[in-house]
Design a protein around this ligand. Structure first.
Ligand code: NAP
Ligand code: F7E
Length: 353
């Protein structure tokens, strides 16, 4: 079996690639040319001696470049395609709305057209998002809950969702939407709130940082573990018929709850370190998301394995370990060193998300 993954360098792409390789797949990932290496999350599997080189391939391409997608499909002829590539940051989507519409929205039809024109019949997974529910019209949210996106990102994902449904109905494509609620891991991008908190708590514990600047602490999300969620993507493509599924834990927590857990795990009081910076507020916020994944549990046999508490502790421990290794690597064990202070100052100034 050959699987093609867009977004293989991202959080989910890296977990999915690992899972598919373990199942014996040949995995092809589309990567973008970058001025610095952007393959950190998949380097361990790329270099893993247990995965023969011939089963993991990286090819250059871009979701905004139809000709690259056409060529990749023609040459690889995949059995399954997982479209995970996106500008995935909600706050940033307010700064670059048109770009977000292109890569998070329109790129899906670019890929679907490339499939149609190729004459191939791969199964197709679209990374849809709970952000489509936005100002949620019912609680909890199910597959039938109407969409009310609250950001350029959410609006782009709603387009991608509907065009996927349309190509399934119009052309008989085996195309599925996974409507995934927030899912995190130690590989989560550092500007998403869970990772931002986990990393800051670890650095504060080690004396590398004093303060953490955040936005809305009252927002509530349904947070699960990314490793559990990629399993659901694969399961969707193994069914007899294509369909759309909500993937969620069914529990909701606030940003404040993450702070309590992450700082509490390290015997720190978050209230003495956290400051509110209105720059992190969004023009329109999503206040409460909580998903009902009973359809996925019933039809796919899927269920989340990692609890919210286990997830946050896992992330804090991973960041603690990573920061410790950095200190040992640079030989900068001095807690008040000028280097650490400078690093924290630069990071704060350069981090608008
Ligand atoms: P992520 O870590 O931000 O990864 C995004 C991936 O998309 C990266 O590999 C990135 O490549 C790639 N990408 C961005 N622009 C591209 C372009 N123009 N052409 C090709 N690739 C491009 O996101 P994630 O958390 O793994 O999420 C995976 C997917 O699920 C995304 O579509 C996201 O919107 C969606 N989703 C995520 C969640 C969640 O909670 N994590 C929930 C629901 C839906 P670079 O490394 O080169 O930037
Ligand atoms: O924000 C609040 C913020 O950026 C969560 C993406 O994967 O999940 C993700 O989108 C909440 C929001 O994730 C900060 O206002 C407070 O209410 O971690 P986040 P998100 O926006 O929910 C969905 C399902 C996706 O599909 C997306 O791709 O936390 N918040 N203070 C903050 N958020 C950030 N980033 N930074 C803060 O300082």
């Amino acid at each position: 079996m050959k699987a093609l993954i867009t977004g293989i360098t991202g959080q989910d792409g890296s977990y999915l690639a690992e899972m598919l390789l373990a199942k014996g797949y040949h995995v092809y990932g589309i990567i973008r040319r970058s001025s610095s290496f952007n393959t950190g999350r998949i380097d361990p599997i790329y270099q893993d001696p247990h995965v023969p080189d011939a089963r993991l391939h990286l090819v250059y391409g871009d979701l905004n470049d139809a000709s690259s997608l056409n060529k990749i499909l023609r040459t690889i002829r995949p059995d399954e395609i997982y479209n995970l590539g996106a500008q995935s940051h909600v706050r940033v989507s307010f700064d670059i709305p048109e770009y977000t519409a292109e890569v998070t929205g329109v790129a899906t039809v670019r890929l679907l057209e490339a499939i149609r024109e190729s004459g191939l019949h791969p199964k197709f997974y679209q990374a849809s998002s709970s952000e489509m529910f936005g100002k949620a019209l019912e609680v909890p949210q199910h597959e039938t809950t109407p969409f009310y996106p609250r950001s350029p990102y959410g609006a782009a994902k709603a387009y991608a969702y509907w065009i996927t449904v349309n190509y399934r109905e119009a052309y008989g494509l085996f195309a599925c939407n996974g409507i995934l609620f927030n899912h995190e891991s130690p590989r989560r991008g550092e500007t998403f709130v869970s990772r931002k908190i986990a990393k800051a708590a670890a650095r504060i514990k080690l004396g590398l940082q004093e303060e953490l600047y955040l936005g809305n602490l009252d927002a509530r999300r349904d947070w699960g573990f990314a490793g559990d969620y990629v399993e659901a993507m694969w399961l969707m493509l193994q069914q007899q018929e294509p369909d759309d599924y909500v993937i969620a834990t069914g529990a909701t927590h606030s940003v404040r709850d993450i702070l309590e857990l992450a700082f509490g795990h390290l015997d720190l009081d978050w209230k003495t370190h956290v400051k509110i910076d209105p720059r992190y507020y969004r023009p329109t916020e999503v206040d409460l998301l909580v998903g009902d994944a009973s359809k996925a549990m019933r039809e796919l046999g899927w269920k989340p394995k990692v609890s919210f508490r286990e997830l946050i502790v896992m992330m804090v421990e991973a960041d603690l370990e990573a920061e410790r290794r950095k200190i040992e690597g640079t030989g900068s064990g001095d807690r008040g060193s000028a280097r650490a202070i400078l690093e924290a100052t630069i990071k704060k100034a350069a981090d608008p998300d």
